[in-house]
Design a protein around this ligand. Structure first.
Ligand code: HEM
Length: 408
């Protein structure tokens, strides 16, 4: 019971204390379940990459989810293989590069909503930008109005919070009993309606739309998955990146200098901005916890897993381990310059192996572009205390209040 309480109170501190006391592979009981917390590159490689056919996604990511269960994040087996193949072309580097004009247009629209000098909540502002980007990359240039964005954002946030609490609760009424899940069904319906209003009639070039399933229910699950998976992850990471830059003016200076170049940003033309993105995702990996369940009994290295066990791998914990990173808690984008590379399977903001994030090139491009454009035009000053809140993604515990002023 104590373990459960400690986990609910502060999961990151709880994990850190387990690893500090028992080493990088910890077996512990919590409630009725046996958990394994794996925090070393060998076991991460085994579970995520090498022995992947022995594991399925863990609690909270079941394919029975009525909203997104048939989407890429939660599908398993042959259904997942087919879907990944169908959607992969849209997320290849060349296609993502072709999306840059959409993304630039989104940034211009977003910028016009900012009021210089006003105090803003940086997280919700960046979530708004990332939602606009996610919608444009799925639907193309359809008429995405501000009220669509608010309707989708509010409903996604409500539903994500609902799924998060449901995954931690022992009382779960099946969704097939609408009387017990009225609010869930109302939010899910509103989200589907808002998404349907955006569906384009043609198959716009350089978007994700052409790869989606033809079957309407499956297509709903697939597109909602992509919007949901790309929205909060990228939005929170962009907010943390701007917060870090506001606290490190010397690094911000390099990013600003790079932002005056006319080319679309990429790692070779904007090495500092690229390093800031990498370092932000190291310190604040939006997906701070991955989970898997063995499909049958399996022995990996020296550990024997039973089918009912739950395996946890925390990108946050790996990224903050002094065994894998020098000065792990320090923001030091310089570490990414030159030939330096992290030890394989110690830096996994996008996961690893066959189920690695399909949107990683897109997310990196969005972050690079947003940071560069933002820093070229605005000076950002963030105030107040900083602490993380590990919800479904890694959020800020207290609002990141920021003042933005046009750069002169
Ligand atoms: C900074 C932003 C992002 C981060 C940190 C992130 C992180 C991750 C991680 C860690 C996984 C692996 C989950 C697991 O193994 O259980 C994942 C999977 C996934 N991500 Fe992302 N993601 C980001 C942005 C995006 C974007 C922009 C999209 C799409 C538009 C996206 C779509 C997906 C999908 C569909 C999967 C499931 C892939 C599969 O199982 O085949 N993500 N993401």
């Amino acid at each position: 019971m104590n373990q459960l309480r400690a986990f609910h109170r502060d999961p990151l501190a709880f994990f850190q204390s387990l690893v500090g006391t028992h080493g990088h592979r910890v077996r512990f009981r919590m409630g009725l379940w046996t958990f394994y917390l794996l925090n070393d590159p060998v076991s991460v490689h085994f579970v995520l990459s090498h022995h992947t056919r022995h594991f399925r996604k863990g609690p909270g990511l079941e394919d029975s989810n009525p909203l997104t269960g048939q989407g890429l994040l939660t599908q398993e087996g042959e259904g997942w293989v087919q879907q990944r193949r169908r959607l992969a072309p849209a997320f290849r580097r060349e296609n993502v590069d072709a999306m840059i004009p959409w993304l630039d247009q989104v940034f211009d629209e977003f910028q016009s909503t900012l009021v210089p000098g006003q105090l803003i909540d940086l997280e919700s502002t960046m979530l708004h930008l990332s939602l606009l980007m996610a919608l444009r990359t799925v639907f193309g240039d359809s008429q995405v109005t501000l009220s669509d964005v608010h309707a989708i954002g509010d409903n996604v946030q409500w539903l994500m919070t609902h799924f998060y609490h449901r995954s931690r609760s022992i009382w779960r009424f099946p969704y097939s009993f609408p009387a017990f899940n009225r609010r869930y069904h109302a939010h899910a319906r509103k989200l589907r309606e808002a998404i349907h209003r955006l569906a384009p009639e043609t198959r716009p070039y350089a978007t994700v739309w052409p790869g989606l399933a033809a079957d309407p229910i499956r297509r709903d699950h697939e597109m909602l998955t992509l919007v949901i998976a790309g929205y909060e992850t990228t939005g929170h990471a962009m907010a943390w990146a701007l917060d870090l830059l506001s606290r490190h003016p010397d690094i911000a200076e390099h990013v600003i200098n790079e932002s005056y170049q006319s080319q679309a940003p990429d790692p070779t033309t904007h090495p500092w901005t690229h390093s800031v993105v990498n370092e932000t995702l190291r310190l604040y990996p939006s997906v701070w916890l991955l989970s898997r369940r063995p499909l049958a009994s399996v022995t990996v290295d020296d550990i024997h897993f039973n089918p009912e066990d739950i395996i946890l791998i925390s990108p946050w914990l790996l990224h903050h381990a002094a065994d894998w990173f020098d000065e792990p808690s320090t923001f030091r984008p310089q570490r990414w310059m030159g030939d330096w590379k992290p030890i394989p399977y110690t830096y996994i903001p996008f996961g690893a192996g066959p189920r690695v994030c399909i949107g990683q090139h897109l997310a990196l491009k969005e972050m690079l572009l947003a940071l560069s454009r933002f820093m070229a035009r605005f000076d950002v000053a963030v105030s107040g205390p900083r602490a993380v809140y590990p919800g479904l993604t890694l959020n800020a515990r207290y609002p990141l209040w920021a003042t933005i002023r046009p750069r002169t």
